[in-house]
Design a protein around this ligand. Structure first.
Ligand SMILES: Nc1ncnc2c1ncn2[C@@H]1O[C@H](COP(=O)(O)OP(=O)(O)OP(=O)(O)O)[C@@H](O)[C@H]1O
Ligand SMILES: [Mg+2]
Length: 421
């Protein structure tokens, strides 16, 4: 209070103090918003939003869930109270969760006692032993459409929530939605730069071939050779553009999965017969081990995953080697929400030279191709990135085991269909 200002009555002092506190909070929000827009690293950005949410609402924890357009489910992308593995293992359904309610209604909710709220999705607490006592959840809207939900959890000292808490978190969520969109667009533009770079090699080969063809009186063997290069490079360009589009769609979440029940054994046989001619050319024996299961997944997408794994097993194998495809069921360590506790595991084992310890961490990176094979076999280096995204969009996992010199086995899990009723 400035010197000389007449003393105010008690209620006015309270309201003035409240006003000042509110003003401080909004100043802080402005400061945070500026910081949010200064990073394009999505992971770092999400962590900053979480910290800001806790600070501005004076809560113990906070979390961000973003809508996964492929499945329509909400996924934890950052949470101060959950580990990465826990976040990945627990998709949150749109129906039957507070976050889902907020995302579908586009309105905030203030819940004083989560346990007595019928919309509460208790699975997070059950699987993590974390205790959600009360929470405030607001939608993260972009152009009036929700992209996710920001939650502030457990008010410190279990103080009552106020309308100001709700307003400030809603304002933060709006800023956060814009920053998330910017970071996503940046990731996308990074991909476009890589893509253009990859297109340059086949284009340069096409250009060189075309100018050679323009020369008069080419000997016929050279002519044939140039035509072969033209054919090979146009095929490579076609494969590249298809893969780019596929990956860009998967990354931006514009791929919708067509989930249905199907017989896995029939799919394995179908893929094996498609690959058999190529395997035969290299004298590679391909076997599908006995067994059958019903899966609940997008059959065409899973076929795409299998065909890439099998093509790799042929390409990166030795002449006269073998490939074994097997199907198993195992109990899932962390089954995706609303899926059976058991999962199908499909494996593709080859007798190739394996993947060196140095290359192993990079196998799923876009455009990565082991230098030992890159010159020998054609490929874009996108097959495994695409396969991994497809499997993950099902809430499942893709991984491999490889000992250099002793072959490689790729594994992936699939949701087991519920028993037929
Ligand atoms: N079974 C395997 N054995 C050994 N190396 C493998 C195997 N599968 C994949 N790799 C290595 O991983 C790299 C990436 O595989 P990926 O399927 O993503 O791309 P690609 O086969 O090169 O091209 P494409 O996009 O046409 O599939 C390969 O280039 C190869 O070096
Ligand atoms: Mg491949």
């Amino acid at each position: 209070m400035e010197p000389g200002t007449p003393s105010t009555s008690a209620p006015e002092t309270v309201s003035r103090a409240m006003y000042e506190r509110l003003q401080r909070r909004y100043e802080r929000l402005m400061e945070i918003s500026r910081q949010l827009n200064s990073t394009l690293d999505l992971g770092a950005l999400l962590r900053r939003i979480i910290d800001a949410a806790r600070e501005l609402t004076d809560t113990e924890e906070a979390s961000i869930l973003l809508i996964d357009p492929a499945t329509g489910e909400l996924r934890f992308e950052a949470a101060s109270n959950l580990s990465r593995a826990e976040m990945e293992a627990i998709p949150v359904p749109m129906q039957g969760s507070l976050a889902g309610w907020v995302a579908t209604h586009g309105e905030p909710v203030l819940v004083r006692d989560t346990r007595s709220d019928a919309r509460w999705f208790s699975r997070v607490d059950q699987t993590t032993r974390f205790s959600t006592r009360n929470l405030l959840a607001v939608p993260m809207n972009l152009h009036n459409r929700p992209i996710g939900v920001l939650e502030a959890i457990n008010k410190r000292g279990d103080q009552p929530w106020s309308g100001d808490d709700r307003d400030i978190l809603a304002a933060l969520a709006d800023q956060a939605a814009i920053a998330v969109q910017n970071a996503r667009l940046f990731q996308q533009s990074d991909f476009i730069a890589e893509m253009v770079h990859e297109l340059r090699t086949p284009l340069a080969a096409l250009r060189a071939s075309a100018s050679l063809l323009a020369r008069p009186a080419l000997p016929s063997d050279i002519f044939q050779e140039i035509v072969r290069t033209l054919q090979g490079e146009t095929e490579r360009l076609t494969a590249l553009t298809t893969d780019f589009l596929d990956l860009a769609r998967l990354e931006s979440g514009r791929t919708r999965l067509e989930m249905a029940r199907f017989d896995v054994r029939a799919l394995l046989d179908e893929c094996a017969s498609l690959i058999a001619p190529r395997a035969g050319e290299r004298g590679i024996r391909l076997t599908v081990r006995p067994g059958t299961q019903q899966a609940h997944a997008d059959r065409d997408r899973i076929k795409q995953v299998l065909l890439n794994l099998l093509t790799n097993a042929v390409k990166y194998n030795v002449e006269g080697g073998s490939i074994a495809v097997a199907l198993d069921v195992r109990s899932a360590a962390q089954p995706p929400a609303q899926q059976p506790a058991e999962q199908i595991v499909i494996s593709v084992t080859d007798t190739g030279p394996g993947i060196s310890a140095e290359d192993q961490p990079h196998i799923f990176e876009k455009f990565f191709r082991a230098s030992a094979v890159a010159g020998r076999e054609t490929g874009t280096g996108l097959g495994l990135s695409i396969a991994q995204r497809i499997v993950e969009a099902h809430g499942c996992a893709l991984w491999f085991e490889s000992a250099p010199g002793a072959g490689t086995t790729f594994y992936f899990t699939l949701p087991l269909a519920a028993a037929a009723s």
